[in-house]
Design a binder for this molecule. Sequence first.
Ligand SMILES: *[C@@H]1O[C@H](CO)[C@@H](O)[C@H](O)[C@H]1NC(C)=O
Length: 732
Amino acid sequence: MKSKPPHRSLNCLDFFVNDSTTSKLCHLEAQACCFVVILSGYCQLTRGDSRERSNSCARVGCSSQSQLRYCNVKMRCVVAITIVIAFLQHGMGYTQERRYVEGSNMNLGEALQFLREYDREASGMCFRVTSSQWNYSTNITETNKRRMLEEQALSAKFHRLSWRRATSYTWTRLPDPIVRRQLHMLAIEGRAALPEEKFNELQQLISDMKEIYSRARTCPHSINSINYNYRQSGSCDLALEPDLTRIMSHSRDYEELLHVWRAWRDAVGPPIRSKYIRYIQLANHAARLNGFHDAGQQQREGYEDSDINTQLTELWTNLAPLYRELHAYVRHRLVERYGPERIRPDGPLPAHLLGNMWAQNWRSLADLVLPFPAKPTVDVSSEMLRQGYTPLRMFHLAEEFFTSLGLKPMPPEFWRHSMLEKPLDREVACRASAWDFCNHKDYRIKQCTTVSMDDLLTIHHEMAHIQYYLQYADQPLLFRDGANPGFHEAVGDAITLSVSNPRHLLGIGLLNNVTDDYESGINFLLLMALEKVAYLPFAYIVDQWRWGLFAGDWNIDEMNARWWELRLRHQGVIPPIPRTEKDFDPASKYHIPADMPYTRYFVSLVLQFQLHQALCEAAGHFGPLHTCNIYRSREAGRLLGDILSLGSSRPWPEVIRIMTRGRTDKLDAWPLLEYFKPLTMWLNVQNRDESMVGWSTTGEDTALFARWSQDGGYAVVPSVLITFLAVVFALS
Ligand SMILES: *[C@@H]1O[C@H](CO)[C@@H](O)[C@H](O)[C@H]1NC(C)=O
């Protein structure tokens, strides 16, 4: 275990007691010591045994036997008092069970009637909104935008009304579990509880922030060096997509990368910051009206598990060692490329050198880090071109993957209305997406497909969404969703794990022979790790930051520092240049200004390997998990169909229980670790000579963003300590 920073600075010996103290003060000192210990590791201590506690006490300077005994005897009392103080400090209601909003109507028949009406009206509403969104995304004009906004406003009104009707029932006590579940989903939904003017203000804020984000443009590096005043320059029109993304992934020029990294954050951070502060207030206000402590708690309710954050933390703790191995290996290669004066060989990584604007996907570093560059990597793009593949044929190939499992083919409307290629006669939003029009008929994909392996994988992923839609089509509208917010993505990615497998590509004639040796396997797994393992900490911290902010765990004037603290602690990256609270770097990620939850991506990363493992087991796969391919397995298809057809009609732990055939009902990091096991062993060997697997953090690192971290991150302790001592005096 890594040693913690010493707490000597808070040593109670120096603080309260001198040589000639009375015994009472001695006891007091012991208590104070214990208290410091509690504050420095509350959970660890209360779970630990008494020896551990004694050791901890000794570490903070209370080493005499009598003090220790006292410490142990008084532990419970002290813990209780601590909890009371923590409770008071965090404000009433923090540890309190939430109270749902509900009314007095207990009539089950009326509730059933309401839900029947809701299903019909909401389906119609959903069809109209989705159609207008489709029309806009596939034909971007002002008229289509206006129509879409009108439909969205109508829909928002309808949902506010539905919230009111749903919460007029005493729904937590209705005897029918399916009715209860549906009303629960309606009652906790969104911001419907806000008064109209605040509701509109919040909608407007979010749409303003999204607008700032999507309109942001920056100057190119070379022009910038000549003339920094870009407003006078005509060519400052680089957009995040595709320009900045391309530079981030392809450039290996330290200064150019730094320029792009900074320019993007300058363009979006400061203008979004003040709007975001107001957004937090309104989102929290809505959450409280819904009976939640804050908007983060409201988001977590989507996981139906008040303990979900503990589960997430545990998962990340289990996965972090693998991430650190990858981090150390990649750092070694980057030091070779950029030099030790730019990257400390045992330190965190500058955030702009990882091939991605947020350092969340390191795949484009492949040319720098591929272990065995002489071995061919699997890319069937040119073979697809040689065989005369078209986008349509790629979609048919993907469909055949699903039907080979015994799952459903795409319906006729899919082929008639989908947008499979970029049209030439109008502007469209090219981001690939899968659509459910809520009418049991229309399911579409929108994708500007090019003939390439990447796009072939994307098609499989998007088509998995459609398969999910088709499988749960017979559920009530409210249950036509993933079992939890991570499921939809996980299903698509689990399918892709099979499809990207070289043996599968061989099987469908896109690869002539598979080089089945050790080196190719490691190459394959490393590329996967650059995409999935590298993403884990980022996917984890986005909502850790947001939830901390919503909960008021820290102040508005340290938002940016807290962001970087999380980035450094979990991701091992630092900003390449100093950041202040004028910057607002979280806004550089779309999901922050766009009000989109992020935990689903972390959940999906873990869950997709769980699902892959379960499907492979059903398919009777033997051998390493990364070589499995479920193509043509009816058994795997049956299991997948069972899972998908439930939609969100059941709590997701039950769905995981079905998936794992009763082995667990939890998210589980093990299948991911198992998948990457050969790579982990290889990385262990590679990193043998590293002075540090993981990263050491110096004052210089933290000084880049956080002045408060030097002059007293524990500044809160003395005041709490004094409160505590006052309580002890009062009691004794
Ligand atoms: C695009 O939308 C406009 C309305 O803004 C409409 O007149 C036009 O026909 C649409 N184009 C296509 C190809 O659908």
